[in-house]
Design a protein around this ligand. Structure first.
Ligand code: IMP
Length: 425
């Protein structure tokens, strides 16, 4: 049986939530392996919309076990708020169905404060973070001063670690950023008050996955953000602070790489990006506005309008390689309806050269000129089409041309927000 990793192949917001939700129907265990509540996965079932930031989207399927791996950074408040919201909507979010790794790092109020302080101190070179404390939490993990979910069972350790972390950070807050110092005892009391609700969720995630695998169960690894926001391979420094690429599903959940048998890349039929950073095919004209409006391109986490542009297959070629994509799910194809011409970027012009792959130096992606191929657009409403052969010929051509350029089979085509609005090829 195939264990699937689902990742975003662009800059996030590709519509992963919907595809995870679809594939979750056939999965027994769903694991998040990186990122935190900077993500926002929107799932529509029978017209009812649920937005999840932290808890795997698979929670909406009653039989799946949902796990939050060691590679995630978890804001305890957000986790509990999501649990409460799910329960309010009649979803079982008990510890029978949901687990957090002992090794998952916790986002604390000083991480959020540091994120905000840094961003407001930057002038032209803002990253445009989601402000959720993601970067500062991963920094503490790398600096070996982070707090992990398993520490919650040991109040003395929690207090000592928070005191230690704040002894450094308070100097930055007060002297560099002209902000108030934080009180270590208060931060620790507040966190420990949540411990009784969080502790039952702690699980040995690697063992849970390993046992499930040995029992022949199917495991789905749910990525967040997108390939080009990866801390190593993305458009550094305008990236998030985790590895978003598929191989990190192994490290971020504690399993061997051999367990990852299938990699599904989610690709939006055009390109969007939130926050700062290079975006070669970005549109600043009425077509860009059309995509933003028609595609409801506003962030599920921050509500910020997303920058919109044509599909960039150079970026996708890199995604195919970095993730080892075995198939693609193409989303939001219906949004392109009404455009006379559809453009696909097939290569870049860069310093008198033609590039089929993104240039590697920092800042170089901002200097490329996209080279486009034009295809005819379509006017038909395709949202109720459920088979590939029933799509208008020019829509099929658009899909097949992407397959040819990227060299990866497009196995799913999404033509609307609802779970059912999907063509499986
Ligand atoms: P951070 O992850 O909050 O540190 O933000 C770093 C960059 O990643 C910013 O440009 C964010 O807009 C972007 N980002 C983070 N999470 C997401 C996401 O889920 N979708 C799209 N962009 C994201």
């Amino acid at each position: 049986m195939a264990n699937t990793v689902i990742i975003g192949a662009q800059w996030g917001d590709e519509g992963k939530g919907k595809i995870v939700d679809l594939l979750s129907q056939h999965s027994d265990v769903i694991v998040r392996f990186q990122g935190g509540n900077n993500a926002g996965h929107t799932i529509s079932v029978a017209g009812h919309k649920t937005i999840l930031h932290l808890i795997p989207s698979g929670i909406l399927h009653p039989k799946a076990l949902c796990l939050i791996g060691n590679g995630v950074v978890l804001d305890p408040h957000v986790f509990l708020e999501e649990v409460d919201e799910l329960v309010k909507n009649g979803v079982d979010a008990s510890s029978q169905r949901l687990g957090i790794s002992y090794k998952t790092h916790l986002i604390l109020p000083y991480h959020k404060a540091m994120d905000a302080a840094r961003e407001s101190a930057r002038s032209k070179d803002k990253i445009g973070t989601t402000g959720r404390g993601i970067g500062p939490c991963y920094e503490d993990k790398a600096a070996r001063i982070g707090l992990r979910a398993g520490d919650l069972a040991n109040p003395d350790l929690v207090r000592a670690k928070i005191e230690r972390a704040l002894s450094e950070k308070n100097i930055l807050f007060t002297r560099l950023y002209q902000r108030e110092a934080m009180d270590a005892a208060k931060v620790a009391d507040e966190l420990l008050s949540l411990a009784p609700r969080l502790l039952p969720y702690l699980k040995n995630v690697e063992e849970e996955i390993s046992c499930a695998e040995q029992a022949g169960k199917q495991i789905l690894f749910e990525g967040a953000q997108g390939t080009h926001l990866d801390i190593d391979h993305g458009t550094y420094p305008f990236v998030t602070s985790s590895n978003t690429v598929a191989p990190n599903a192994a490290t971020g959940s504690g399993v061997g790489a051999g367990l990852l048998t299938k990699v599904t890349g989610i690709v939006k039929a055009y390109t969007t990006r939130v926050g700062e950073g290079a975006f070669p095919t970005e549109l600043f004209d009425s077509v860009g506005e059309y995509l933003q409006k028609n595609g409801h391109e506003y962030g599920a986490t921050t509500g910020r309008p997303r920058r919109c542009g044509w599909l960039d297959c150079v970026i996708l070629r890199a995604s195919a390689r970095l993730n080892g994509l075995t198939e693609i799910a193409l989303t939001k194809l219906d949004v392109l309806r009404g455009l006379e011409t559809l453009k696909i970027c097939t290569s870049y012009g860069y310093q008198d050269q033609k590039l089929d792959y993104p240039p590697q130096g920092e800042g170089s992606l901002a200097q490329v000129t996209p080279c486009y191929e034009e295809l005819p657009g379509f006017d038909e409403d395709i949202s109720s089409v459920r088979s590939f052969s029933a799509l208008p010929a020019c829509v099929r051509r658009y899909v097949e041309r992407i397959e040819e350029i990227v060299g990866v089979h497009i196995a799913y085509v999404s033509v609307g927000a609802d779970r059912e609005a999907t063509i499986v090829r």
